[in-house]
Write a protein that binds this ligand. Structure first.
Ligand SMILES: [Mn+2]
Length: 314
């Protein structure tokens, strides 16, 4: 089998679970907007598992058609909104979707043949996506020591944060997890995670010091750190939504991450409504999502979000 997965903790844990059932499988990483191109590099005669990859709005029809004509069997496991509805009802692709982490979907799909340690891999993936409060995760977490498990998940997520483009290292992490061993058994993971924590603490202080309130949103700009965490800390001023903006002056674009503290807001829906009107794109999960916006429209974009927040809650 060939596995193509998102290169974050949830994707990597999903890939490790799949590899537990087929140790000869090869692992590749991709992102939603490069998935179409990355599929070109793969062998269409061999079976394929696509894990934790949202379908990019711009190329989703092409991806669906490519997968529908695949020679081998295709398994598509994902938890991003709209993945299921993008495939035709009678598709040759086996689609597993739901509103739990991809790791949990993969774990449940692969079922009873997995070893005990697969629970730990599933939990680390779920924690990586902040999706560990599901009934299955809560039950399985009670069968482990919660503190130890969160430490291992922290090692994994921290290491991934500071070793972003190192696909070979990440493939080795998949192997480590697939062989039922915890992240602490690779010194490079632990050392990278410690480095990530040190960087995060100074980043957090910079974000919290410079975050500005724009209506109901706390916004921080260009402080060189992990965007999702930047968004969480930007909300420290007491607002219900945090946003972290990375401006790309040469391309005239801003990449924005959002984190919703007040869980009554469906930020994915707001972004999908507001973004297209301003030549932007955006979406993700209700409480964790992102957008790419032309720099010239940035202020208008935040105004439009605040207008929608004022007129609606979920
Ligand atoms: Mn995920």
């Amino acid at each position: 089998m060939q596995i193509i997965a998102h290169e974050d903790a949830d994707g990597i844990c999903s890939a490790a679970l799949a590899r537990m059932t087929d140790p000869t499988s090869r692992v590749f990483f991709s992102r939603p907007c490069s998935l179409l191109h990355d599929l070109d590099q793969m062998d269409t005669r061999r079976d394929l598992a696509v894990l934790d990859l949202a379908l990019c709005e711009l190329v989703k029809e092409q991806i669906v058609s490519r997968l529908s004509r695949w020679g081998g069997k295709v398994l598509y496991i994902d938890h991003h909104p709209d993945t299921a509805t993008s495939f035709p009802r009678q598709s040759s692709v086996e689609i597993i979707v739901g509103d739990v982490s991809a790791s949990e979907l993969t774990f449940s799909h692969l079922g009873s043949g997995l070893r005990r340690e697969a629970e730990r891999v599933m939990l680390m993936g779920a924690i990586g996506d902040y999706a560990d409060l599901t009934p299955l995760c809560v039950d399985r977490l009670n069968r482990w020591d919660k503190r130890s498990l969160f430490l291992q998940a922290g090692f994994l997520c921290g290491a991934l944060e500071v070793t972003r483009p190192d696909h070979e290292f990440h493939r080795q992490i998949v192997d480590l997890l697939a062989s039922c061993r915890p992240p602490c058994e690779d010194n490079r993971i632990v050392a990278s995670a410690v480095r990530a924590s040190e960087l995060e603490e100074s980043f957090r202080q910079r974000v919290e010091k410079s975050a500005q309130k724009l209506g109901r949103i706390g916004v921080a700009y260009d402080l060189n750190g992990p965007a999702g965490k930047g968004a969480t800390y930007a909300a420290a001023t007491g607002v219900s939504i945090g946003a972290y903006v990375d401006k790309d002056m040469t391309r005239g674009l801003a990449d924005i991450s959002f984190r919703v503290i007040d869980r009554s807001v469906d930020m994915n829906r707001i972004l999908r409504t507001v973004a297209p009107k301003l030549g932007a794109s955006g979406g993700g999960h209700e409480e964790a999502c992102g957008a790419r916006v032309p720099l010239s429209k940035l202020d208008e974009f935040f105004d439009a979000i605040n207008d929608m927040l004022a007129s609606s809650t979920k």
